[in-house]
Write a protein that binds this ligand. Structure first.
Ligand code: GAL
Length: 665
């Protein structure tokens, strides 16, 4: 159901006079645009008063799109309920952790569990999908917008509290069971009844980690159910159309794995230099690559970019202006990691509202400039390529496990103030990225045997079943990397007590125990690897090997000389344990010694990336120069230049080249 579409724009005709629309569509057609996303914030214009629908203007927009051979993805506008609805039912507005109502005037001023809001949504979406669902111009749908965004603080209203109680009742059945799983013996937190449980607003001091983990899981489920509620109506009235959603990389609010199961394919919003980044000047190519790989991992298939940065971004303040070449380069990076279609945000810079400085392909004036020229050239050049590789992904031999519960639990108790789940994952990802080794992000339920190497950082919450799966993988010949803080807790976020860390099974797989650990507050630790010194940070596990051999030892603190990184043969495979947080040089040293990584490495200058997608017959290599200088790579024998003017391996600043190679196996 993923149509062969290559390029699109997010278009907001409601921001412009109707007399302009035809010009816009003519310009889009001339540029090579195949699709527009429409409507995801237009509720007031579509239902200007309670029960009075005005779809005529959108009919006109779709007719103009069709006239110019352009398709449409329609968004449901439920991230922006209109003022009349809020005035009638102010309860729809969300309540934050401090108990304050968040009012109308921005967007996302809604509570997703509010039953009255749900009724209005059902009526709107039904009417909307009935009207537009079979329009031949409409090829797909997006429910709401960036679900989880702006609900980062979640909603703590009475409806959410009731929802939480219901969710807990279903999960635990009895209040005694909940008390056991939440460890409520501590600080006299026992409950007699589910009705006593509150949405976890601010406390005087401290929080119950088990309760907080359930709250996060419950909220993720609520958002998924909110999506399902709308998707069901859309599927009923608009059969044979796709439903996708614009995700936000590693955003930690909603499980995209769960959301992905509802979608025909995943989409992602990619803003490499969004204005919200504190550091606008440092290299982010690796982080952008990881988020794209992660979105590919949501369904293990190719995806769309639903919002790709077009030029300078900003709300109240702005980010840096992309340099010549960067916008096509970032677009090509999205393609290289598995995007089949690139939809640019937005067609034209808005003269209105909060996002006046989140610029589009056209500036406020509507006069095409550099962004327009660069994107048009990119589209013309790459359209045939995108058609050719539609639906393909790389064949990766390395999998990195990404798990939402682990992310939630580390967020609840980072243990070291600077430790985050994603940053720890990124230390491994970045080292692989520097070697141009293809990586899949995988769930901890994935078939590990498809990968030669599985890296599973911070497996903090552990179940016997998961430990057994890791053991079986290594036993059968896999290479596994586990790290500090593995096996610390049970799935309910209570500490494991039946064995020394990292637990019985994993202790055998890794050939060690961890009787003590040191949280490296305001200090790093020296790591000695065969006479070379490196730095470990944040954490130091004090490791007692049983059968493991040390690869590196600590070179400072009272545990100098004891193992920091180990390797253990287990069955047919090898299990590595990393007792500290890796700095870049140390991560490089570790991954370079892993057999699969050594075999897959392609050397390039720093910040020059090579990534691939595979068809049955060919491998497509994308060489991306993220630096502001010319870079040279040696083109291996057997690589054919895809674009006739790009066969040199000499890459201009912020440029890309594409090569193909016949597949031999
Ligand atoms: C995205 C969002 C868009 C727009 C854009 C620029 O996160 O989906 O609607 O707000 O950012 O701020």
């Amino acid at each position: 159901m993923q149509p062969n579409i290559q390029f699109g724009v997010d278009y907001y005709p409601e921001h412009w006079p109707q007399s302009r629309w035809e010009t816009d569509f003519a310009m889009m057609q001339d540029m090579g645009i195949d699709v527009v996303r429409l409507g995801e914030f237009s509720w007031f214009k579509l239902e200007p008063a309670d029960g009075q629908f005005d779809f005529g203007w959108l009919d006109d927009v779709l007719a103009l799109a069709a006239k110019h051979d352009i398709h449409a993805v329609l968004g449901t506008p439920t991230a922006a309920p209109p003022a009349w609805l809020i005035a009638q039912h102010p309860d729809i507005q969300p309540v934050d952790r401090e108990g304050r109502t968040r009012y109308f005037g921005g967007r996302h001023h809604d509570c997703q569990s509010n039953p009255i809001y749900r009724d209005y949504i059902a009526r709107f979406v039904r009417t909307y999908a009935q009207h537009f669902g079979k329009n031949p111009t409409v090829i797909g749908w997006q429910v709401d917008n960036e679900l989880g965004n702006s609900h980062g603080g979640l909603c703590y209203c009475k409806y959410c509290q009731r929802h939480f109680q219901k969710w807990l009742r279903e999960k635990y059945q009895t209040i005694e069971n909940l008390n056991d799983n939440w460890g409520t013996a501590f600080w006299s937190q026992g409950y007699q009844d589910f009705s006593q449980i509150q949405a976890p607003k601010i406390t005087v001091t401290g929080e119950n980690p088990s309760e907080m983990l359930d709250w996060k899981e419950c909220h993720s489920d609520l958002i998924n159910e909110f999506h399902a509620y709308q998707a069901k109506i859309i599927r009923q009235y608009s059969p044979d159309r796709f439903i996708t959603h614009n995700m936000m990389g590693f955003s930690p609010v909603v499980s995209y794995y769960d959301l992905g199961r509802q979608l025909d394919f995943a989409s992602h919003d990619q803003y490499p230099s969004g204005h919200f980044l504190a550091d606008q000047n440092s290299f982010r190519g690796d982080r952008c690559a990881a988020e794209l790989d992660f979105i590919r991992g949501v369904k293990q298939q190719s995806f769309w970019i639903m919002e790709q940065q077009t030029t300078i971004t900003g709300w109240e303040v702005m980010g840096r202006l992309p340099k010549p070449g960067q916008i096509p380069l970032w677009s090509m990076q999205s393609v290289a990691h598995g995007a089949d279609a690139i939809v640019y945000f937005r067609w034209r810079s808005s003269a209105l509202g909060t996002e006046q400085y989140w610029h589009g392909i056209l500036p406020h004036s509507g006069i095409p400039g550099r962004a327009y020229r660069e994107i048009r050239h990119f589209m013309r050049q790459t359209k045939p390529l995108l058609k050719e590789i539609n639906g393909t992904v790389p064949r990766a031999k390395v999998g990195i496990v990404f798990s939402y519960p682990q992310d939630y639990a580390i967020d609840i108790q980072p243990q070291h103030p600077d430790m985050t789940y994603v940053d720890t994952l990124m230390t491994y990802y970045k080292a692989l990225y520097r070697r141009n080794v293809a990586v899949d992000f995988i769930q901890d339920t994935a078939d590990f045997s498809q990968y030669e190497l599985v890296i599973a950082p911070l497996q903090y919450l552990m179940t016997p079943a998961l430990a057994d799966r890791y053991a079986a993988y290594v036993q059968a010949g896999g290479q596994l990397v586990l790290t500090m803080r593995t096996g610390v807790k049970e799935a309910n976020n209570l500490c494991m007590t039946d064995a020394a860390l990292p637990g019985k099974t994993l202790g055998q797989v890794l050939g060690l125990t961890v009787p003590e650990y040191d949280c490296l507050r305001d200090v790093d630790v020296v790591i000695d690897w065969a006479g070379q010194q490196y730095t470990g940070t944040h954490w130091a596990d004090l490791i007692e090997p049983t059968t493991a051999e040390p690869l590196a030892t600590y070179g400072s603190e009272f545990y100098t000389g004891t193992p920091a990184i180990t390797k253990n043969q287990y069955g047919q495979g090898t299990a590595y344990y990393v007792g500290t947080e890796l700095t870049d040089a140390l991560a490089d040293r570790l991954v370079a010694g892993l057999p699969t990584v050594a075999a897959e490495t392609i050397a390039t200058p720093a910040e020059v990336e090579i990534v691939h997608r595979d068809t049955a017959a060919k491998r497509y290599y994308f060489v991306l120069n993220h630096t502001g200088e010319q870079q040279n790579i040696t083109i291996p024998a057997g690589w054919q230049a895809y674009f006739s003017d790009q066969d040199s391996g000499h890459l201009a600043p912020y440029s890309y080249q594409v090569f193909t190679e016949e597949q031999t196996n």
